[in-house]
Design a protein around this ligand. Structure first.
Ligand code: SF4
Length: 293
């Protein structure tokens, strides 16, 4: 059963309203999912990767397309295998049989409907948590379809400032969209919890990547999230791994890694605001932690 009429795709805030079987929208993808890579991913946050690894399914295409994207090889154009919902369900079950702690849907937004179909097919035997790993640029209406399917939301929260989100992601409305999406995510999964082995069972883990020269924007984001959600119920993954390797020359201000001062400035504020979560070492700011597509 197809859940949505993809002849007018409005799944994400781009609202292209195109028939994806005939034309391409902003995400550059046809209707069926394109899977670029599957793997037991060991470099996610500890409660996601655990010991065995997270069952990552990397989808091609993206609804955001940030200038500093580490996954440009697969996010800018469709690269990978066209996959039916039935095949996707088999991928999920195969990752589970290899010991994955969860199914980690990486950049899933533009394939939401097929993913729901695949989860329905796999449901009788799929018993590990489903992680929705997204840019945060999500329509609340689309997220509502996922109620009961997703256990852990793992959204980025990238920008407060509209000029930054316009320049780096062509999304001046990023903050206003992402903060509503975050409320919807929290309303679905509630307080963050882990199992007896420290693996995330349900909840919201917000990722924030500190960008060079943007530490005040980072702090504003943390303040706004605290004004929206009880921070004791969520986890924050504060990332220092920005790497300039993928940045185009016209964004000169992003041609460096962040400094220890910048990261510590944001970290100190996060702790003051009551956030709990996962904090990175600066050594992780390396392209070697990007999966090879
Ligand atoms: S999912 Fe793709 S085609 Fe649909 S609205 Fe978003 S960018 Fe446009």
């Amino acid at each position: 059963m197809r859940l949505t009429n993809m002849s007018k795709c409005n799944l994400c805030p781009r609202k292209c309203n195109v028939d994806r079987d005939i034309s391409l929208g902003f995400c550059q993808c046809r209707s069926l999912p394109i899977v670029s890579k599957t793997m037991l991913h060991r470099w996610e946050e500890p409660p996601i990767s655990g010991i065995n690894g997270s069952g990552a399914v990397f989808f091609s295409g993206c609804t955001l397309q940030c200038v500093f994207c580490q996954n440009k090889a697969i996010s800018r154009a469709p690269v990978g295998r066209i996959t039916t919902p039935k095949e996707l369900a088999s991928i999920f079950l195969e990752l589970q049989s290899r010991g994955a702690h969860n199914i980690n849907l990486v950049t899933p937004t533009h394939f939401t409907d097929s993913i729901i179909e695949a989860l329905d097919i796999a449901k009788p035997t799929l018993h590990i948590p489903i992680v929705y790993n997204t840019s945060g640029y999500e329509l609340a209406e689309t997220l509502k379809k996922l109620r009961g399917y997703v256990d852990v939301f793992l959204p980025d929260f990238k920008y407060y400032d509209t000029a930054l989100s316009a320049k780096y992601s062509k999304a001046p409305d990023y903050f206003s969209v992402a903060i509503k999406a975050l409320s919807e995510m929290y309303s679905q999964v509630g307080q963050y919890t882990e199992d007896e082995n420290g693996i995330a069972k349900k909840g919201v883990i917000i990722r924030h990547l500190v960008l060079p020269g943007c530490r005040k924007d980072s702090v504003r984001i943390l303040e706004e999230i605290k004004n929206t959600l009880p921070v004791s119920d969520i986890r924050l993954s504060l990332m220092s791994q920005f790497t300039p390797d993928f940045v185009p020359t016209e964004c000169k201000e992003l041609s460096r890694k962040i400094t220890t001062f910048e990261y510590d400035f944001v970290l100190k504020k996060a702790i003051e605001l009551g956030y709990d979560g996962f904090f990175q070492q600066k050594e992780s700011a390396s392209a070697k932690y990007t999966p090879d597509f």
